[in-house]
Design a protein around this ligand. Sequence first.
Ligand code: ZN
Ligand code: ZN
Ligand code: FE
Length: 761
Amino acid sequence: MKMLAKKIIVKGIVQGVGFRPFIYRLAQQYGLRGTVSNNAHGVEIEAEGDHTSMQLFIHAINRSSPPLALIDKVESQEIDYKGFNDFIIKASNGSDERFTLISPDVAVCDDCLHELFDPNDRRYRYPFINCTNCGPRFTIIQDIPYDRPNTTMSIFPMCSDCKREYNDPANRRFHAQPNACPVCGPTVTLSDIHQNIVVADDVVRHTTTLLKAGKIIALKGLGGYHLACDATNNEAVGQLRKRKRRIEKPFAIMIPDITWLDRLCEPNRQEISFIQSINRPIVLVRRKDNSPVGNEVAPNNKYLGVMLPYTPLHHILLNDAAMPLVMTSANISEEPIAYKDRDAFERLSTIADYFLVHNRDIHMRCDDSVGAVLNNRQTMLRRSRGYVPYPVKLNIHTKQPVIAVGGHLKNTFCYMKNEFAFLSHHIGDLENYETLRSFTEGIEHFKNLFNITPEVLAYDMHPEYLSTKYAIESDIPLKIPVQHHHAHIVSCMAENNLSGEVIGVSFDGTGYGPDGTIWGGEIMTATPAGYNRIAHFDHIPLAGGEQAIREPWRIAFSLLYNTFGNDYINIDIPFIRSLQTMNALPVIEKMIRQKLNTPVTSAAGRLFDGIAALCGIKQTINYEAQAAIELQMLADEHISMYYDYDIDTAATPWKIKWQGIVKNIVDDLQQEIPVSAISQKFHNTMALIISDTSERVGKETGLQDVILSGGVFQNVLLLEKSVALLSQRGMNVHTHSRVPPNDGGLSLGQAVVAMNKAVNS
Ligand code: ZN
Ligand code: ZN
Ligand code: FE
C-alpha cells in the first residue's frame, strides 16, 4: 500500500482544550504515525499513513473535535515521507505559549456526569470531578502558562491515581490541570452563619433537607457565591427578597434537568439548545401560566430566567433536591457578587441561614451569563461565566493593541489584539469601591493572561464615569474618547463583520451627548471611524435629573406638560388624579418651567418609562428599566394599531415628535382602553418610527444596512416588530448575538472605533 505524509495545521482555539491528546487518540484509531505539537498559530500535525486513513483522519478532526475547541481552519499539504515508528505528542516549546487562548469555565461533560452518579466509580458524588473537556478554567487561573501551579488547585497535590490519569495521553484527564478526586482534591463543608461546622453523613444531602424546610443557603459556586432557596416556596423566596433588599427584580432559577423546563415554561427549540449549551447561561424563557414557580420569583414578568446545573456540586444538589431552586448572585442589592470566603461570611450572614462552601479558591469573580432568543437568534444579554475569556473573533485585524474601558453600567472592558476582541467578564455598575477594584484588577489580569501591552485606549465621553477617570489617569500614550451611541452601533457592526457605512439606530436609557444633553434615541449614519447624527427624539425634560429615572411619574408629567401645557390639569385620567393628591405637583411644574435641575434627554428608554407611568403601571421603580419592562410584559400582542407621531425634518438633526403619541394615549386612557392594548400600540409605533426614519435615511443616502443596538433592543417585542417592518421595506437588518445590545457590549464598539481612529491619527 502506498504510504503518504502530510503536514496538517489546525487553526482556531485549539490550545489548552485537550486538542493534542484528541489528535493522539485519532491517530491511534486510524493507525497513523507521526507527531502533534502546539505552535504559534495553533496545532501542527505531521502524519503518515495510507490514503484512506489519512482522509478519514482529517475528516474526523473537523467532525469530532473536543468540546472546548473552536476550529477555524484545517490546512494540509503533502510533505516528504520520514517513516515514523509511532505517534507522539511533542512538548510545546515555551516561547510559543505567549499568546494562548484560555478556556472559559464550562459545564460538566457527559462522561464526568456518568462517573459522578456511578456508585462504583471512585469519584461517585465527588463535587469537583472534571476532565480535559470540562470544568473550571478562567475562574481558577492565577497566571500563565495554564498549568496546575498557576491555578488555585496548586495547594492540592495529586494522589497517585490522579497523577497516572494526568500523565496518560490516552486518558480523558491527560493534562487536565484541575484534576482531583476525593482522596486528594477539594472538599465541601456545611456551616451555620457563625462558621460552626454542621456535621452530617452527607452534607449535600443534608443541605437539601434544609432547602426543603425553607432555609436560605449561601452556596459557593464557580465564579462566586449564590443564594439558593426552594423556588416553589413563596415564603422562602419572599424572605430572601426581604433580606437581600431586592424588592421585585426577577430571580434566576436552576432546574434539576431539562424536563423541568417544559413543566415551568414554553420553550422553543433555540431556547432549549441555548440552555443546554456547555456555556450554561441563564436563558429567559416564557413561563407557563400555572407554573409551580410563583410570581414571587419574577413579579409581573412573562419570562423566567432558567439555567441548568453546571458544576458537579450543582448536579448533586439539584439531583437530591429534585425541585427548582432560586439561584441568585450573592450580594446585597447592586454590590458585586461575593467570591472570597471571609468576605462572603461577613456580607451574607444577614441573608443566608447556612453556608455550603468548599476550599478551592475562586481567583476571578465571574457572574452567570444571561441570554435570550431574540428575533430567532441566541443573544447574549450578559456575557460572562462560560464565555469569558474566549475572544470574539473579528474579520478585522488591529496593528496596535487596544484597550477599551467600557461604560458605567453593566461595565465590561475589552482588549483587542490581532483579530481577537477579549471582552471581560461582567464587572457591574461602577458605582462603588468594590466594583471599581474588580475593574482595575480585571484589567491587569487580562493584560497578563494574554500578554497584551495596549498602545491605544478608548473610553466614553462622559467626564463623570469612573471608567473615564481611570482612562484619563492612565499612561497609555494614545487616548481616544468615543461617543456612547456610536460605540453601540460599531459594537453591533463588528460582531456582524460590517465595516462600511450603515444606518445606526441606537436606543437606550442614557449616554453622554457632545452637545451637553443626554442622548439615547439616536438614528445616525455611521462607519467604524465616525458618525453623523441624523435624527433623535424630541427632548424630554428630566425634572430632578437622576431622580426622574427612579421616579418615572416625573417623566410622565413632563410628557403631559410638554404636550398640553397648563391644560394638563383638566385631563381626566387616573394618573392626573393621583398627581393631584401629591404635594409635589407645583414643585415639579416649576422645575420644568424654569429648567431647574432639569436636564433634557432624547433617550428612547425614558419615553418607555414615561408612557409606563402615564398608564399607571409604575410610578417609582426599584430596579433598572423596571417600568419599561412591565409595560412590555403587559402588551397584548394581537393588536396591530399605531399612534400618530411627527418627524420634523426641517430641524437639523431631525426631531421625532412624541407629542402625538401622548395625545393618542391620553384619548385611549380617557376611553378606558385596556393598558395591554395601549402598550402594544405604543410598541408598534416605536417600531414604525424606526422603520420610517431608517427608510427615509436610506432613500437619501443609498444605505441599506440598518443596525439595531442599545439596551432598549433587549425588548423582544420592539426588536422583532422593528426587524419585520424594516425587512418588509427591503432593508438589511443587523442585530446583536455574540455581545449584548446593552452597555455590556459597549467596550467592543469603543475598541473598534479607537482602532480605526488610531490608524488616521
Ligand atoms: Zn469531563
Ligand atoms: Zn486524586
Ligand atoms: Fe447605552
